[in-house]
Design a protein around this ligand. Structure first.
Ligand SMILES: [Zn+2]
Length: 153
């Protein structure tokens, strides 16, 4: 009797910049964009766009949309903006950092008027990332001015 089933084919994502099918690449493959191993990536080489896969996903399910350089930059900015909030929440209320991050994205989903399911750093587009970064900056500013003991206003 055969043990185990063949792993079904990965859901091949399409590059939204050019419409081509992305190619699954691994560390060491010719089009792999990083010098060190970030796990398997779906890559569109002409667009220099890529996305990782869910950890331990045998089918290499992509985390979200392929990201080009501009989107990667904004994802980085969003992460940098949200992470201190999540860490602050863990310090204040305890709990796990991933739960605090999830709460943060839920909060952003409401303010961005998008589905909570679609509010993940890997699913947002450039405009949504920009809007989210602006929301966080405004929130932090208001919070700081509210707390400021020497605030003039
Ligand atoms: Zn492309």
């Amino acid at each position: 009797m055969r043990v185990g089933r063949p792993v079904p084919l990965a859901p091949q994502p399409v590059c939204e910049y050019c419409g081509a099918n992305a190619k699954l690449t691994r560390f060491g493959d010719e089009p792999y964009p990083y010098r060190d191993d970030h796990g398997p990536l779906w890559v569109c080489t002409p667009c220099q766009a890529w996305i990782g896969v869910f950890a331990r996903s045998a089918r290499n399910v992509p985390l979200g949309r392929l990201a080009n350089a501009e989107l990667r930059e904004w994802k980085g900015k969003l992460h940098s903006a949200l992470e201190p909030m999540a860490e602050g929440k863990v310090r204040r209320d305890g709990g796990k950092i991933f739960a605090a991050r999830a709460k943060g994205y839920k909060w952003l989903a409401g303010l961005l008027s998008i589905d909570e399911q679609k509010c993940s750093i890997h699913l947002l587009d450039v405009d949504q990332c920009k809007a989210a970064v602006a929301i966080i900056a405004r929130f932090e500013l208001e919070r700081r001015s509210g707390h400021g003991s020497d605030s003039a206003t």
